[in-house]
Design a binder for this molecule. Structure first.
Ligand code: DGY
Length: 313
């Protein structure tokens, strides 16, 4: 008998079809069984396939007493209660390793866009202003100081790329590899005060919520740029809006927001911020690799008892 898994939402036509072939799939978005009755609606639900933006809501987790494994498309597992999963012996897998380069590519793109004012310049041309006005000078990125907040796989991929731009690099956050060539800075405020650009590649969740505070932005200062490819929750958005509008920092580029897909109105009126719809891992190649890993983690669990890319402890 095929193991029963629950899918929280459509992932992609290819992966949805493969999951349906290998497993007895309960599609949450098509099923009208109330959560409280899910456990009694046929075979026990042993697995979940989900995505990082959806995660596994607490009431769903609580409604599935037979759950053994969660396979998530993405690496930001802040919408899954990992402590409860650990306590219940539920294995949780993310698509670690296959999206780092793609997110780091976007971070570099955003760093260049913010400093060189590329999106702003593009709007300037489209608005027909070039023949009447001079576009203001931008900021060079080569040779600038880059502070990386969170030196995991994505942070390291950003650092390798930034090194090719002769940027000076320091970082803060958990050190994932012994013998980093980059200097460690214990305090985020001091890192911000040193840096010309601060890039966020740290995990989301309670431990990092609001860590980029008004104090950190003040330390970054009027020549500094903030780049966020991590989670919106890491930044105090009200403080960031104040800093951008009042010249407290030079600019920002954001791929993520606290309440996606809602983007606070006030950002839309500002020229010195680049706004993207959470596309860090959004390439055809990376999504294909992530989806293959979502499937492989479930297959591996049901064949061997262990997922391939577990969430770190
Ligand atoms: C991730 O993997 O967490 C990305 O942000 C996609 O949600």
């Amino acid at each position: 008998m095929k193991p029963r898994i629950l899918q929280t939402g459509a992932l992609s036509p290819g992966l949805d079809a493969q999951l349906a072939e290998e497993f007895d799939v309960l599609r949450l978005w098509e099923c009208d069984t109330p959560l409280a009755a899910l456990a009694d609606s046929g075979a026990p639900v042993r697995g979940i396939a989900t995505s990082a933006p959806v995660g596994v809501p607490d009431d769903l987790l609580a409604a599935l007493p037979d759950l053994e494994v969660i396979s998530c498309r993405g690496v930001g597992l802040d919408r899954i209660d990992l402590a409860s999963c650990r306590a219940r012996g539920i294995q949780v897998a993310g698509t670690f390793g296959v999206l780092s380069d793609c997110v780091a590519d976007l971070a570099l793109g955003l760093m260049i866009d913010a400093a060189r004012r590329i999106s702003e310049a593009e709007r300037f041309v489209r608005a027909g202003r070039w023949s009447r006005e001079k576009f203001p000078l931008a900021t060079r990125i080569s040779g600038q100081r880059l502070g990386i907040v969170g030196l995991g796989q994505i942070g390291q991929a950003v650092a390798r790329r930034a090194a090719a731009f002769d940027m000076e690099i320091r970082y803060t956050g958990r050190m994932e590899k012994i013998g980093q060539p980059w200097a460690y800075e214990d305090s985020l405020v001091e890192l911000a005060a040193w840096a010309d650009m601060l890039v966020l590649t740290v995990l989301g969740g309670a431990s990092t919520e609001g860590m980029v505070s008004a104090e950190v932005l003040e330390a970054l200062g009027p020549r500094g740029y903030l780049i966020n490819v991590a989670r919106g929750s890491v930044v105090d958005e009200a403080a960031l809006l104040g800093a951008l509008a009042g010249g407290g920092i030079a600019g920002a580029a954001l791929d993520v927001f606290a309440d996606e897909p809602h983007v606070p109105e006030a950002f839309l009126a500002l020229e010195n911020v680049v706004l993207l719809p959470h596309i860090g891992s959004g390439t055809k190649e990376t999504r294909r690799d992530m989806e293959a890993l979502v499937l492989r983690n479930l297959q591996s669990y049901f064949r061997t008892g262990a997922v391939v890319t577990p969430a770190p402890d």
